[in-house]
Design a protein around this ligand. Structure first.
Ligand code: GLC
Ligand code: CA
Length: 564
């Protein structure tokens, strides 16, 4: 049994501090000064894999529209759609050849408008993915850029002479393998690509590029979208002198010498561009979410901008770096993000990383652990972004054979890096063939776990992962402490159980998460701190409370209202 101590003085100084914040922000949207995106629950959809309405094996916009009831019922307020724009699909849509249209495989602009209208009716906002760093090599800007050294769009991309015959301008290596420079024999220069060669980097130093890209967001805002998830913002600018990156010992999975991306990521000029995008966003009361792979909270703070004038929601991937169920590690990361200069954003899975279900799962208690992780990031102070399928316990299912790999980097990196197909498999709707995703052959195989983890079955089972997600999201939307309260860690020395309070005015909710495989009984010394007990709001694994104590089964969750 572990003994706990909340520390009444800490608790009460916190109460008064929260009350003060409340008073000083009357002008803002709610008493606490929170904006819509601070209370919203976001849900990432990979359109290819969500729902296929016309049975060609690829998900589409009408498919998404058909699932809005499901999303509403789940408790989603905004959906982020990864790219559905015209694209040669080298990087499955992250190679955009037209920012202001829909790829026919996903539908049409009319379908988009129908989806937007239906989403609005459901009270669900749409967030688009904006690939700011690069276009497809098939984009008309690049086609023109490549056509001659004097073309109108030449300077929209980054062209340089080689160092010498057959030698690229510098040593930079692409994150997907090989040099970042591709030689174009027709104009005898190299162009720069941080990602695949089919994804040439835009030259954001060119004011024409900036204006064109700002214009793209304006066009979509006018069509009713509520914001953008900005792709790969770290990579928007490069050192103008193209200095060589420092080389580190060792090789990447693609066989390149390792290097620190010192001169081609996180350049200071990014911030000016972000401020420009934010200005447009503010005209439409929108939100900018950032794909921000920061090394620490200082770097994350830079993305909020001075005076919070850049990204409202830079994703905190430091949180996803905690790859084991370690209360100490999570405490550290949560404390760090709570000290940040802006509002926290939590993700535990996305289309680029191994799903949380197997990242944290021990192979035996995965379903319990999935609920534990849900209880963690859905009860923290901040905005959560769910990844489709996470709410039913979808598992990463990488291809078994190299010849089945769809993500190009999974072929170059095989077998160490099998690519990202495993976390992009079709949504598991029911037990039928192809999991109700399509009636045709799906573009990626449906994992065998569709038989045990699918929406239809989990909707019927009150003990399912899905039912727990719904319960948590409902709580999040109605409980003031979870919505607006501050985060106060308690029992900070416990090695097994992560405990914290969410405190709003004079009310508090206790969250206790057993990250161990053994039962735990914790004394929170509630009476000494002025509370009689903790009344359960949401629990898993037969957890219970009695007076000062909370008992938790292996990997169990207890969320309770402290009552006087
Ligand atoms: C981001 C996307 C990823 C894509 C890359 C290049 O990291 O999330 O899927 O491959 O950018 O656009
Ligand atoms: Ca389709």
């Amino acid at each position: 049994m572990t003994r706990g101590f909340i520390g009444i003085s800490v608790l009460f100084s916190l109460f008064s501090c929260v009350a003060l914040i409340g008073q000083s922000s009357k002008r803002a949207l709610d008493v606490q000064g929170h904006q819509w995106w601070q209370h919203a629950v976001f849900y990432e959809i990979y359109p290819r894999s969500f729902a296929d309405s016309n049975n060609d094996g690829i998900g589409d916009l009408n498919g998404i529209a058909s699932k809005l009831d499901y999303l509403k019922d789940l408790g989603v307020d905004a959906i982020w759609l990864t790219p559905f724009f015209p694209s040669p699909q080298v990087d499955f849509g992250y190679d955009v050849s037209d920012y202001q249209a829909i790829d026919p495989m996903y539908g049409s602009l009319a379908d988009f408008d129908t989806l937007a209208a239906a989403a609005k009716k459901h009270g669900i906002r749409l967030i688009l993915d904006f690939v700011v760093n690069h276009t497809s090599d098939q984009h008309k800007w690049f086609v023109d850029s490549k056509s001659s050294r004097t073309s109108q769009h030449r300077n929209w991309y980054i062209w340089r002479d080689g160092k010498g015959p057959g030698q690229p301008p510098n040593n930079w290596t692409s994150t997907f393998g090989g040099s970042t420079w591709k030689f174009d024999p027709a104009t005898n220069q190299y162009y720069y690509h941080y990602f695949y060669p089919e994804q040439p980097d835009l030259n954001w130093r060119n004011p024409a590029v900036k204006q064109a890209m700002f214009g793209v967001t304006r066009w979509w805002y006018k069509r009713g979208v509520s914001g953008f998830r900005l792709d790969a913002v770290d990579t928007m600018f490069e050192d103008p002198n193209l200095k060589d990156n420092p080389v580190r010992p060792g090789k990447s999975v693609y066989g390149d010498p390792l290097q620190e991306h010192k001169y081609n990521t996180k350049q200071p000029e990014i911030h000016q561009a972000l401020r420009g995008l934010r200005k447009v966003t503010d005209e439409y009361n929108g939100v900018l979410i950032g794909e921000t792979w920061t090394a620490d909270i200082n770097e994350l703070n830079e993305y909020y901008g001075k005076g919070n004038n850049e990204l409202q929601l830079p994703m905190d991937f430091l949180f996803t770096n905690v790859n084991k169920l370690s209360p100490a590690e999570f405490r550290k990361q949560i404390a760090a993000i709570n000290s940040a200069s802006g509002w926290p954003t939590f993700v535990i899975s996305n289309h680029d990383i191994v799903r949380s279900y197997d990242r944290y799962g021990d192979g035996q208690h995965n379903d319990d652990i999935a609920k534990l992780m849900a209880a963690l990031y859905l009860t923290l102070r901040g905005t959560p972004i769910l990844y489709y399928g996470e709410e039913i316990g979808m598992k990463t299912t990488p291809p078994a054979r190299k010849e089945d790999v769809k993500d190009p980097k999974g072929r170059t990196g095989w077998p160490t890096d099998k690519g990202r197909d495993g976390e992009r498999t079709p949504m598991q709707w029911d037990q039928s063939d192809n999991a109700g995703f399509t009636k045709a052959k799906p573009w990626l195989p449906v994992p065998p776990t569709a038989k045990t983890h699918n929406v239809a079955d989990e909707q019927r089972d009150p003990a399912s992962i899905l039912s727990f997600y719904k319960q948590l999201l409902k709580l999040r939307h109605t409980n003031k402490e979870l919505l607006d309260g501050s985060y106060l860690p308690v029992n900070q020395n416990d090695e097994n159980v992560l405990s914290y309070l969410r405190v709003f005015e004079d009310q508090a909710v206790l969250v206790a998460l057993n990250m161990s495989g053994t039962a735990q009984k914790i004394n929170y010394e509630l009476k000494r701190n002025g509370f009689a007990s903790a009344k359960p709001l949401a629990t898993t694994g037969n957890s219970s409370s009695s007076g000062d104590f909370v008992s938790l089964g292996p990997y169990a969750v207890f969320i309770g209202q402290l009552v006087r």
